[in-house]
Design a protein around this ligand. Sequence first.
Ligand code: ADP
Ligand code: MG
Length: 241
Amino acid sequence: MIEIEGLTKRFGDHTVLDDVSLTVAPGEILAVVGPSGAGKSTLSRCVSALEQPTRGQVRVDGQDFSRLDGAALRSARRRVGVIFQSAPLLRRRTAAQNVALPLEYLHATPESARERVSTLLERVGLAERADYLPAQLSGGQQQRVGIARALALAPSNLLADEATSGLDPATTTSILHLLDELRTEMGLSIILITHEMDVVREIADSVARLDAGRIAEYGSVSDLLLDPTSSLGHQLLPDRP
Ligand code: ADP
Ligand code: MG
């Protein structure tokens, strides 16, 4: 569960996030949309505790990150899996070795790590590609490895920051539908930063539009679709022939 309350983030005198409040319950997908520079990645970095809020709170599974440090913060961070744009995998490591990375940091035994990695690769549909290097995988397959790696430590929350940009539409759809299945299976709270309005309509429960660091619109996808005055609702409507 992710609870963001009155989050303000400033860099110098530049206010990048201004009093942002959002909630993502277990098993829910919140889509965050908005133009480049709106503050979406900064929001994501505040939730993964890579940035400290200037004001306000981020609570993950009920715990306020800003009150934690050292070992407690490292352990809390494990509850948030992050999928990056273009899945930056280690080039000299196989798919399986990339997925094993977070487990190695935790000093998992080789046997338990092997078992966990094979379960995860199987789940993302890459059991047969375990020993391939990233360069031998397609962009979509690399992103699946990135998802498996993000899930290695069994987080209860997932952040995907434009995780499908650069992928073709069919691959994008299949990756986002994989996330949709995983949130149901694992009860994940997911924040999905994306431009894919078709997919937002299909898989997100709620959607927030950020504009210059403020929440311009926020609501459930079904409410916004029914609201004729909502600009987000219009963007969410399927293209009519
Ligand atoms: P988005 O992901 O929506 O494109 P970002 O969160 O990346 O937006 O950036 C929002 C604004 O914050 C931009 O104007 C960016 O230049 C600024 N910004 C982001 N990170 C930093 C930083 N570490 N220091 C200073 N300014 C930053
Ligand atoms: Mg960004």
